[in-house]
Design a protein around this ligand. Structure first.
Ligand SMILES: [Zn+2]
Ligand SMILES: [Zn+2]
Length: 100
């Protein structure tokens, strides 16, 4: 799922982020001070490269209570991916309309 900052300045990063899927059906609000701890990472495993169509998956780890997903039309789907290089099962969430 694509994400973007409301505000591309420092304040936008400091006070959280909002984003949406490509078609805008699903919105994500992150309620977290992103400078409170370093929790981003990039994964280059084959599953992440295939799911993104790029060289790797940029991701931000947080707890569920910090993430608000708005999906009024119930477009969200989940693919349970157990073919990761690490062997850890990853839930890949996406929009059933635009696939992002
Ligand atoms: Zn969508
Ligand atoms: Zn991966």
């Amino acid at each position: 799922m694509a994400s973007s900052n409301n505000n591309l300045g420092i304040d936008g990063l400091k006070y959280g982020m909002t984003g949406s899927c490509l078609c805008g059906s699903i919105k994500v609000v992150l309620h977290q001070d992103l400078f409170s701890k370093p929790n981003g990472h990039i994964c280059y495993c084959e599953s992440c490269r295939k799911s993104t169509g790029t060289t790797g998956l940029n991701s931000l780890s947080t707890t569920k209570d910090k993430v608000e997903i708005q999906d009024p039309k119930k477009m969200g789907k989940t693919y349970v991916d157990s073919a990761t290089d690490s062997g850890r099962v990853v839930e890949r969430h996406f929009c059933s309309n635009c696939s992002r």
